[in-house]
Design a protein around this ligand. Structure first.
Ligand SMILES: [Zn+2]
Length: 235
């Protein structure tokens, strides 16, 4: 009798242990999924633009003239602990070294410099060609998806605003949608590779697979289609 009860207790223990280890595995394993698909399925909507232009930034025309950028450069701050407001404050006090037109995170798109004038974010000659914005590093699946939606929509919005077609520049250096990495490769001006690593790492961490500029471009294109067709967009 005593022996049988011991046996039952042992089986109960094994069942509970198996259950707990299952739960733990479910909690830690990440199903590989596409960030773009997640944005669509979750019906994540980009936020509107907060205009907070500071007049202290230098005002120089683009190569083609005032209000004539040739594309958009997507950056990432490479700072894991900064906030959007901290980055903006830092940029205003260090603009002589570098500044961009805007910042994006999970909840905000903030335009800080007049996009009709060039910015100093990717060196010569890219600065004379492109509108440029930075992404803040965010640290959760939801935040990353929201940030990507905001960044892709803002890119599409800028292309549409300046009557530029959507064209991924990564393959031939001729196009309107640029990573800082692609600018550095095709034009020089810096050796920066953002937002390549940030997309790779965040995609792997939160979605089980790398996020790429090629995927980002696909999202830009879908927003661009919605904007230029004036049908509002479904996501
Ligand atoms: Zn950059």
């Amino acid at each position: 009798m005593k022996q049988a009860r011991k046996h039952v207790l042992w089986i109960a223990f094994l069942v509970v242990a198996a259950f707990v280890s299952c739960l733990t595995a479910a909690g830690t394993s990440i199903k590989a999924e596409s960030v773009n698909t997640y944005i669509k399925q979750q019906k994540i909507k980009p936020v509107g633009i907060t205009t907070s232009v500071w007049n202290g930034f230098p005002k120089f025309d683009y190569d083609r003239g005032y209000g004539k950028p040739e594309g958009v450069v997507v950056h990432e701050t490479a700072n894991p602990s900064s906030t959007i407001y901290g980055e903006i404050a830092y940029m205003k006090s260090n603009y002589q070294n570098a500044f961009v037109h805007g910042f994006v995170d999970a909840g905000k798109i903030i335009n800080i410099a007049n996009t009709n004038y060039l910015a100093w974010g990717c060196g010569y000659p890219g600065n004379g060609k492109f509108v440029q914005f930075e992404q803040i590093e965010v640290h959760s699946k939801g935040a990353f998806a929201h940030e990507i939606a905001n960044a892709a929509w803002y890119t599409a919005y800028l292309l549409n605003k300046y009557h530029l077609s959507a064209n991924d520049a990564a393959y031939d250096g001729k196009g309107t949608v640029w990573s800082h990495k692609a600018v550095a490769e095709f034009f020089g001006g810096s050796t920066h590779t953002d937002p390549y690593e940030y997309y790779l790492k965040s995609g792997r961490t939160f979605f089980g697979q790398a996020y790429t500029m090629a995927q980002f471009y696909q999202l830009v294109k879908s927003y661009y289609g919605s904007l230029s067709n004036c049908i509002g967009g479904d996501f």
